[in-house]
Design a protein around this ligand. Structure first.
Ligand SMILES: Nc1nc2c(ncn2[C@@H]2O[C@H](COP(=O)(O)OP(=O)(O)OP(=O)(O)O)[C@@H](O)[C@H]2O)c(=O)[nH]1
Length: 735
């Protein structure tokens, strides 16, 4: 029984289990059917890859998503990247974006996926690879394009916006926009500095190389020479001293030529350079610097190219201001001095006095136990000239002067002028190397091919070695005295250097112009000088040296009240452009040893511009001084005439108040200045409008007489007031 019961129970359990299984199977089938019919998503995928880039093919039930549109699902990283790239300028407007399948392969293993079902997976994998390749290509293209556009921009110290844009291959307008962003309003032709230009260039993705003048001119000057290439060279001697102490006479005596008599006004106005052969056979180069104080600047320059200074001191005059100046220049340049006590032939010559005066300037000559070589000479009587040359040779030996003649020449412009027939002519002192006809040279902002070389006697030379002064023909324009000259390897290099220098000059001038227009500092200084009267001038001269000397002298005349303002100065004849400039700035035109062109003369006449010609600097300076003196406000001086006392004040209809007075001393004159004094205080200053005696207008009333007085614009006179009567005289002032 018990067994039968057990069996029944077991069979019932078995039955229940089967029913449960069947029920569970049924439920699960129902659930699957329900899901399939209702479009419910399957359980969330577990793979991290799938989480990052959700797969539409990973879960049971995913088949339900097959019909879902791309728009309904979130964008993937790849899609976003593709869109981002597409948004860039220059990219194709449409790209096929394949659906992402990151990790799809591993997830599909043993699972039902839409891709597996549809066989799309392989194709999609191929598309993704293609897409990736495409993205890479596009990225690569972007970088490539950037690299291609990025340039190395050479930036000088200043540059125009247009030029900067050109160098970057960018549009000028884009540069201007960037400047505007930085708060700078600019035009395409405006000049900006290198710092600003660098900012712009880097902003646009370019790299920058800053260049300075020294970069353009690298290796132009002062390249070292090998010791064995150096050979002895002649000394370059500058004669310095006070005006009229005999510099030109001495040089003249040495070279047996008469330069003195040819000079207008007896003053040396150009730096001349000459070479002589001393009695010992050694050549010596002399640079004759003028003695007038106006030439100080030129003299300083002379000392720079000089090895030895011969200091001329007139024995009858002694050490003078310009003697002291010359000592200072020589000392500053570190150049040894040889003292030449000149005019020793004169009866009042006192060489001893000269020696002791020199001591006060720390020049101790040999006879006083010092180191400085000295010699007593007479230029006119030709006394001791050989001795002077011997001393020069001795000093030169001590200096052991050497240069390499076998190298491209370097030198300095001593003087330059525009010759009517020959064009620009520059006197150049060759300092190293040898200058040859045909050489390409650069001097300041001028260059040229040497057409001809003329020595100091005006004879043609084929070449000029160290310490030789030569006139050089072939410059494109006049270089300036003091400009360094160098031979360069090609015309292209010469052009590069001079164009750069010219540009620098222009850009600096433009920068100055902008400053003058806009800067507060400038406006302040203009305000400060507003009280100063200016005498504007356009100066043209035959040589640069004269022009510089005139400017330097005129500058010395300037005071706080009045100044000569040189608007333009240059070498050459007076042109129409000079006259136009003078007209625009109300300037006078001065020609020093030059004349005005015919057209310029006509224009000047028409415009009422005065042209003045001079050949003596003193006369020019005197005239300018007189003209400037005319601009000075005159000094006012009072002349006392007399005093009167107001006895009574009458109010007369139609006339106003009239004071009845008695002249107490001196006279009272109609139209004279009056001061009204009440209780010792000046209450009014003005002019007398009416002066009457009885009913008649009179010119003058003398002491003791009574009169009626009325004042210009003043009515408040009172009985007892004292009237002081005086005249005012204007006294012209001069500089
Ligand atoms: N008695 C005498 N007179 C001299 C001597 N040397 C120059 N003179 C005269 O002094 C004057 C000035 O001489 P310059 O040679 O023109 O003097 P400088 O120093 O060159 O003058 P600037 O060129 O004006 O600076 C002239 O009249 C000369 O004749 C000299 O040794 N003896």
């Amino acid at each position: 029984m018990r067994n039968a019961l057990r069996l029944r129970r077991a069979s019932a359990r078995e039955e229940a289990r089967r029913t449960q299984e069947a029920e569970s199977k049924r439920r699960s089938e129902q659930e699957a059917k329900r899901r399939l019919a209702g479009g419910e998503p399957g359980p969330a995928p577990v793979s991290t890859v799938a989480r990052k880039a959700p797969s539409f093919a990973a879960a049971p039930g995913a088949a339900a998503a097959v019909g879902a549109t791309a728009a309904a699902r979130p964008a993937t990283v790849e899609e976003e990247e593709a869109k981002r790239i597409l948004r860039r300028p220059g990219m194709p407007t449409k790209v096929i974006v394949p659906r992402p399948v990151k990790g799809a392969e591993q997830k599909s293993r043993g699972r039902l996926t839409v891709a597996n079902v549809t066989g799309e997976e392989e194709e999609r994998t191929r598309s993704v690879a293609a897409f990736r390749r495409r993205v890479q290509r596009l990225k690569g293209h972007v970088n490539e394009t950037k690299e291609k556009l990025a340039r190395e921009v050479i930036l000088p110290e200043t540059i125009t916006i247009q030029e900067l844009a050109n160098r970057m291959s960018e549009r000028g307008v884009d540069v201007i926009k960037l400047l505007m962003k930085q708060g700078q309003m600019a035009k395409i032709t405006d000049v900006i500095d290198a710092d600003t230009a660098q900012l712009i260039a880097e902003e646009l993705g370019h790299t920058v190389k800053r260049v300075a003048e020294s970069d353009v001119e690298e290796g132009l000057f002062d390249a070292p020479d090998a010791e064995e290439s150096l050979l002895p060279r002649p000394p370059v001697v500058t004669i310095m001293g006070h005006v009229d102490h005999g510099k030109t006479s001495l040089l003249d005596a040495i070279r047996h030529a008469n330069v003195v008599s040819g000079e207008a006004g007896g003053i040396t106005q150009h730096i001349g350079a000459y070479q002589i052969v001393a009695p010992n056979g050694a050549p010596v180069t002399f640079i004759d610097t003028p003695g007038h104080a106006a030439f100080t600047a030129m003299r300083a320059r002379g000392a720079k190219v000089t090895d030895i200074v011969v200091l001329v001191v007139a024995a009858d005059d002694g050490v003078m201001p310009q003697t002291a100046e010359a000592i200072a220049h020589a000392r500053a340049a570190g150049v040894p001095i040889i003292v030449a006590i000149n005019k020793i032939d004169k009866p009042d010559a006192k060489p001893e006095r000269v020696r002791s005066e020199l001591l006060q300037h720390e020049v101790q000559v040999e006879t006083l136990g010092g180191e400085t070589l000295e010699v007593e000479v007479s230029a006119t009587k030709k006394i001791n000239l050989d001795k002077l040359l011997d001393l020069i040779a001795l000093q030169a030996e001590l200096l052991d002067l050497k240069a390499n003649p076998a190298r491209p020449a370097e030198g300095t412009v001593i003087e330059a002028r525009l010759d009517k027939g020959r064009g620009p002519v520059a006197t150049v002192l060759v300092q190293r190397g040898t200058l040859k006809v045909g050489d390409v040279i650069v001097g300041g902002s001028q260059w040229g091919r040497v057409r001809a070389l003329l020595d100091d006697k005006g004879e043609a030379a084929q070449e000029a070695g160290p310490s030789t002064p030569v006139e050089v023909l072939g410059f494109s324009g006049s270089p300036e005295a003091g400009d360094r000259v160098a031979v360069v390897e090609s015309e292209a290099r010469a052009r590069e250097i001079t164009e750069y220098r010219e540009r620098q000059k222009r850009e600096k001038a433009a920068a100055r112009g902008t400053l003058a227009r806009g800067s507060l500092a400038d406006m302040m200084s203009q305000l400060k000088t507003a009280g100063r009267k200016e005498f504007p001038l356009v100066i043209k001269g035959d040589v640069q040296g004269s022009v510089e000397a005139i400017i330097a002298t005129l500058e010395k005349l300037n005071t706080d009240e009045v100044a000569a303002r040189v608007i333009h100065a240059g070498v050459g004849g007076i042109t129409e452009s000079d006259i136009t400039l003078a007209e625009a700035s109300h300037a006078a035109v001065i020609g020093f040893n030059v004349r005005a062109h015919k057209e310029a003369r006509a224009l000047a006449e028409q415009a009422g511009i005065e042209i003045r010609y001079y050949n003596i600097i003193y006369n020019l300076v005197d005239d300018v001084k007189a003209a400037m003196s005319g601009l000075l406000a005159p000094t006012l001086r009072e002349e006392m005439l007399g005093n009167a006392e107001i006895l009574e004040v009458f109010n007369i209809s139609k006339v106003g108040k009239v004071a009845g007075c008695r002249v107490t001393d001196g006279t009272v004159q109609r139209g004279a200045h009056v001061r009204l004094i009440r209780d010792n205080v000046v209450v009014h200053e003005g002019k007398l409008s009416t002066l009457k005696r009885f009913k008649d207008e009179v010119k003058e009333v003398v002491a003791g007489q009574e009169c009626g007085m009325a004042f210009e614009n003043y009515q408040d006179m009172r009985q007892g007031d004292v009237i002081e009567c005086y005249n005012v005289h204007e006294i012209k002032r001069s500089l």
